[in-house]
Design a protein around this ligand. Sequence first.
Ligand SMILES: *[C@@H]1O[C@H](CO)[C@@H](O)[C@H](O)[C@H]1NC(C)=O
Ligand SMILES: *[C@@H]1O[C@H](CO)[C@@H](O)[C@H](O)[C@H]1NC(C)=O
Length: 816
Amino acid sequence: MFAVVMWYSVLFSFILLHSARGQVSYSIPEEMAKGSTVGNIAQDLGLDLQRLRLGKARIYTGDSTEYIGLNKDTGLLLIKEKMDRETLCAKTTPCALHLQLILENPMELYTITVEITDINDNPPSFEKKRIHFEISESAVTGARFMLEGAVDADVGVNGLQSYSLKPTDNFVLELLSQPGGDKKVEMVLQRPLDREKRGVVTLLLTATDGGDPQLSGTVQIHVTVLDVNDNAPVFTQKEYKAILTENSAKGFKLTTVSATDADEGSNGQVTYYIASKEDIVRKMFIIDQYSGEVALNGLVDFEKASNYQIDIQAKDQGGLSDSCKLIIDVLDINDNKPVINVLSMSSSVSEDSTPGTVVAMMKVDDADSGVNGQIHCIINDNIPFALTSPSSNFISLRIEQQLDREKDAEYNISVTCSDQGVPALSSSASLSLQISDVNDNAPVFEKTNYEACVLENNTPGLSIFSVKASDADWNQNARVSYILEDSTVNGVSVSSYVSVQPDSGLITAMRSFDYETLKHFHFRVKAQDGGSPPLSSNVTVKITVQDQNDNAPQVLYPVQTGGSVVAEIVPRAADVGYLVTKVVAVDVDSGQNAWLSYKLQKATDRALFEVGLQNGEIRTVRQVTDKDAVKQKLTVVVEDNGQPSRSAVVFINVAVADSFPEVLSEFTDFAHEKQYNDNLTFYLVLALAAVSFLFITCVVVIISVKIYRWRQSRFLYQSNLPVIPYYPPHYADTGVTGTLPHGYNYEVCMTTDSRKSDCKFSTLGGQNVLVVDPSFTETMQHTIKKNNDLEGEYSTSVRKMLYTLQNKHNHGVQNN
Ligand SMILES: *[C@@H]1O[C@H](CO)[C@@H](O)[C@H](O)[C@H]1NC(C)=O
Ligand SMILES: *[C@@H]1O[C@H](CO)[C@@H](O)[C@H](O)[C@H]1NC(C)=O
């Protein structure tokens, strides 16, 4: 058919196809330009141009558009209007215009057929510019997708001839002939789609015709590949690592894990989970479901776990998953103090323990690791102890230097252990250690020697003073007892002079001291402690006996020879200041007590003599005259300077005469006096006998009363009668000295101005008042006499009597 059309167009183009009588055919291609010549109708019909003109030739087209006109002058048929075959005939072939040429004068009718041949002026065209498909990536090969075909208005070879599809990676084109000549265009899936590789596939479908030149039309095919969940999430790393510092705050972000899913939409939406089964891990860490950020949710303690392994799972919404591991290393921080455990500890150690002795064992632990757990221990300075470490974690406290309880009886030892972390942590333990005593100190006296003064005539048992020694040791080792060390004083054991109280060190006098026989003595006292063995030391004690005025002056000259009459002779021609004699006296006391002074107490003629106060010299004061008696009697008192003073009386006879016979005659008078004195002696003896008798009577009466009472109390045992002792008046001890009874109390006061007094009393503990036994007598007491003591007066007068008696007697002897 196309072949026929082509043949016609080639052969009859611009030519008269055939000319039958009254009928002519032309063939022209479509789209000829206006004015183009279709054919020479006049010639073809054999008509004269004249005829045409005269016959008013015209073309009749009916109602339709006049595409072709007639040029009557030339007899040519010309294109009047451009013709499109497709408009005129569409698919109908052949396509021809049927025209009538009408002539008048005569009326003639010619039929002109103009066949319009096709030219390829229309490309194949698709109705849409684009075609959209949505195909799941899971579509299987062989799946078919219908495509809309193209349209080509041209006919024949100019019409649609073929299709092509590019590229052909996934799809091929298949054309199916359909009844009616149409073709069904289908796209067949040849290779499966992968959305993850290409989410959109763009194809170009081209339709071509067979014209020359060939024309084509295209349409774009957009295939959107629909996702299916064909990809599991994939972690970017199979193993993640993170470092976590111990004690990090809750919420600390460790790391972010990440998984990708090639799918899209919900198939590609990944969520994360902790898949570890261990409870501890699940509690300790949390993961953000969407971001994959792993954070701390608890408190990490390196000492409990130094690392963690977390299984993490990533899931997409389609249920596919992947897993990875997160390995967390925990970094230790120094959060544990060293702990000191005292394993054993002696509470007390002897001061003589040898250096090196272990007194305490301790164990020190630190839960941290590395330098944070390395421990160094120290003790406080300046104590005689040291730490050693026999093995790691164990430390022992040893004695390093010799101990001395007397210096430090107790130690508070503080052991401080610190680790090497930054900052370092430390802890300390306090150990209290008592040092027990060893008897290593002897008692020490407070003084290197002791001296004390005691007034003579002390009472036996008098406390003199105490020695004291201290001992630096403790308790029994410091219990000091005092012992008097034996020695002799004047050939007698010292223990008969003094005694020492063992516990107090009080020294007491064992006897009454007499300055005149013993001025001082010394002895040693030992102080001994109660340790085992005991230690001791000794000290010298010197006792100085102090003088008291207990001796009256003794007159050495003139010799008092009882009744003998010795007279100093003074010549009448003696000058004023003539030395008659010198009284010489001594006092066995010392110092003031022995400082003597002389006074003229009585004299026959006071105006004639004087006595030198200091030297006892008796001198004449005036010229002797004849009127002066031959016989002069002087009484001189010698007094010492003691308090109270003691004195002696000297009687001196002085004869004022120029010749011995004169003296003698005068002194015979003394014989008369003796006669008188004999009488006196008789009375005196009588008086004495009476006194003695009275005394003996009293004694007898007292004894009788005593015996009577004793018997009475035995008989009248239950009578309850009051017993009244009876003593005779003036009952007294006539005593040791055999003199008449009298008694005095002396309060002895130490005078510092006493010349020879070279010691003073210090406080000697208990008693420091010396009580002098008053039972000494013998001498006349001036002071007391002045105090009108009757007894004193009595004694003085008696003594006077005795003296005179003796004197008379002696005179008598001399006279014979
Ligand atoms: C030791 O500690 C105790 C109790 O704290 C205290 O009484 C004592 O005085 C201390 N001793 C020394 C020598 O510091
Ligand atoms: C007394 O002490 C001295 C040293 O102070 C010592 O030499 C002497 O032996 C001691 N005497 C006695 C009897 O212990």
